[in-house]
Design a protein around this ligand. Structure first.
Ligand code: AMP
Length: 276
């Protein structure tokens, strides 16, 4: 396994792979690796001869410096993790390496003012800015993104359509723990009590979705969803609503929708989406 920090070296290795005719898969991450990331890796290794993972905590996508500072980081463990999954290259650039010429932030035009974009203004500008840089230097055949961050997946799909037509986006379904919650780097910031509360919350949400008539319109189901979440008196949340899986609009019925939520346990913001 190679750990590469600079773009020049990375390009040399990728070129050598390409000359040998290898197909290359790319898994972008912010580190603090877990079973969700492993699912992306395994999918890439199944589809390609070589797999590159990037680890880069992108300051530009955090609205609050405090949230960026608190983001979990554990380099040593991440290297062992990648080694155990036979990753070929870890690309772990510094901020200076990625944002060399101080270009202005890109502005996201898609799926605006809803879900995470409404509550984390500018977040997706930061996401597409870094991905635009990463996709420009990491020239691979396929890139892997998780459905856990569903709005991000839809926005990246648009970025790729607009600017990287030769790159194939492969969506990967959410990997969950035995208790049902999605693996997430942010779970590391939860105390034992908060983790248990989150598991209880998530499972009551699953029960709620099961109680709904699948022919309900999304707007009707959202009235019930709103009652459900506001009845949990001290549960802080940003959003808790069904949206159409394709358009992310409030249209159609819930059989072609997902329930999206962003809630808090203490200071930690947790997002997920549930397919019916
Ligand atoms: P992150 O390191 O949180 O930026 O995530 C890197 C990639 O892993 C993104 O494409 C995420 O959607 C994906 N991912 C994170 N958690 C999971 C999970 N539990 N299951 C599947 N993919 C995930």
């Amino acid at each position: 396994m190679l750990i590469i920090k600079d773009i020049l070296n990375l390009k040399l290795y990728l070129k050598a792979y390409q000359e040998k005719g290898y197909s290359i898969g790319y898994v972008p991450t912010m580190g603090a690796l877990h079973q969700g990331h492993a699912k992306l890796l395994k999918q890439s290794q199944n589809d390609n001869q070589k797999t590159v993972m990037s680890i880069f905590v992108n300051e530009k996508q955090f609205n609050k410096k405090e949230d960026f500072d608190k983001y979990p980081r554990n380099k040593g463990r991440d290297y062992d993790f990648c080694d155990s999954y036979n990753v070929d290259i870890i690309f772990e650039p510094s901020t200076e390496e990625i944002y060399q010429d101080n270009k202005p932030k890109l502005k996201n035009k898609y799926f605006k003012n809803i879900l995470c974009d409404q509550f984390r203004p500018g977040h997706f500008d930061g996401v597409i800015t870094v991905l635009n840089e990463l996709f420009s230097v990491i020239d691979t055949n396929k890139v892997y993104f998780g459905e856990k961050d569903f709005q991000q997946l839809k926005i990246v799909e648009k970025l790729i359509e607009d600017k990287f037509p030769n790159l194939q986006l492969v969506p990967v379904s959410t990997e969950r723990s035995e208790e049902g919650i999605a693996y997430s780097s942010r779970n590391e910031n939860l105390s034992k009590k908060q983790l248990q509360e989150f598991i209880t919350f998530h499972n009551s949400v699953i029960q709620f979705t099961k109680s709904l008539d699948r022919k309900s319109q999304i707007n009707e189901a959202n009235n019930l969803a709103n009652k459900f979440i506001t009845n949990l008196a001290d549960q802080k949340f940003d959003y808790f609503e069904f949206r159409n899986t394709n358009s992310l609009e409030i249209e159609g019925n819930i059989s072609n929708a997902r329930l999206f939520y962003a809630i808090y346990k203490g200071q930690t913001r947790l997002i997920d989406n549930i397919e019916l």
